[in-house]
Write a protein that binds this ligand. Structure first.
Ligand code: ADP
Ligand code: MG
Length: 330
């Protein structure tokens, strides 16, 4: 017998709110009640992940549970906010306990180590999709925004962008799967939101965005919000050895245009570079903010296709991202 909606919520979602003492009322009533501390702004974000659009059909449930929270935590990281509370709206084709066990294992493990409490949500039947809404806390006036970059600031990115897009291509069979590919696959399955980095960048970075649609595309968004341009040096990009081994000549293009990395991309004024944190995450200087508009890519990028990033409603012209590699899955 499949579990009914009430039993399903009780069994899988009722206990994950217990990890914070600022939750007055969690799962079970018509709304949750929480108490924000004094002196904070509350950062709110929501992100959906839909089967066949954001992840291939058949991706394991643990990865789906992890990813739907990770993509939201990444938005909080990009604002320099500390995770506090989350809501989950889940649409499931059927009440499948084994799938739900995997899903909650992925979601709960990340929630616990990020200090975020699941305080409510909604559960319906339909094509597989999950929406998480998160609330984070940031000291008043100190949130990182996309809009603070100024000409002369240096541009940095964390981690190794392009690995997640290559990992998705490996899962979809369009790139080979040597031993080095396992690292890339796990970068797609279990992206690590850069929460500690985002926190430490408050007061250091002048602008910040998380890389979800592709490094070049997201840098374009940061520049547009700041009213500046950028010069990005291809030779400086942190193209990882694993990415080169698996993607060959396409590695640099994937680094620039692949989505789903959830790394942080940020601008730092020259006199604050010495304050960049050392947190065990590689930070690479990849370019400089300039007066003007748009992103100038300096250096050669091999392979075909635009570098513009993924757009859900303009799929035709922008097909170099991870999501474009899989063919008709959108
Ligand atoms: P209502 O009909 O009043 O919206 P529901 O029956 O949908 O209430 O939900 C009952 C309780 O379970 C609510 O507190 C809701 O926030 C919570 N809930 C429902 N689905 C989920 C979920 N997927 N994750 C967490 N909490 C959930
Ligand atoms: Mg209600």
């Amino acid at each position: 017998m499949p579990l009914g909606e009430f039993e399903l919520i009780q069994r899988f979602f009722a206990s994950a709110g217990a990890c914070r003492d600022d939750v007055v009322l969690g799962v079970g009533d018509d709304a949750a009640l929480v108490v924000p501390p004094p002196g904070v702004e509350i950062a709110l974000a929501a992100d959906a992940i839909v089967e066949g659009v954001h992840f291939p059909a058949g991706l394991d449930a643990e990865a789906i549970g992890h990813r739907v929270l990770a993509v939201n935590l990444s938005d909080l990281a990009a604002m320099g906010a500390e995770p506090a509370w989350a809501l989950l709206s889940l649409t499931l084709p059927r009440s499948d306990s084994a799938w739900l066990e995997g899903f909650t294992r992925g979601l709960d493990a990340l929630a616990r180590r990020s200090g975020i409490a699941l305080v409510g949500g909604d559960t319906t039947s339909g094509p597989l999709a999950a929406v998480v809404s998160v609330a984070g806390l940031v000291p008043r006036g100190q949130a990182l925004r996309r809009s603070g970059a100024r000409p002369g600031d240096w541009i940095y990115v964390s981690g190794a962008p392009g690995e997640a897009a290559a990992g998705l291509a490996v899962l979809q069979g369009s790139l080979p799967r040597p031993a080095a590919a396992e690292r890339l696959v796990s970068r797609f399955r279990l992206p690590e939101p850069r929460l500690a980095l985002g926190n430490a960048l408050r007061g250091v970075a002048s602008a910040c965005i998380d890389v979800s649609d592709g490094l070049a595309a997201d840098l374009g968004k940061l520049c547009a919000a700041s009213g500046v341009g950028a010069r990005l040096e291809v030779a400086s990009l942190p193209v990882s050895a694993a990415l080169v081994e698996v993607a060959g000549a396409d590695a640099t293009r994937l680094c620039l245009a692949g989505g789903d990395d959830y790394e942080l991309l940020f601008a730092v004024p020259g006199d604050r570079v010495g304050d960049l944190p050392e947190l065990g995450v590689t930070l690479t200087r990849i370019g400089r903010v300039v007066a003007g508009a748009g992103v100038e890519i300096v250096g050669e990028v091999r392979g075909e296709g635009p570098l513009g990033g993924y757009d859900h409603f303009l799929k035709e012209g922008r097909t170099t991202t991870a999501r474009g590699l899989g063919g008709p899955s959108q």
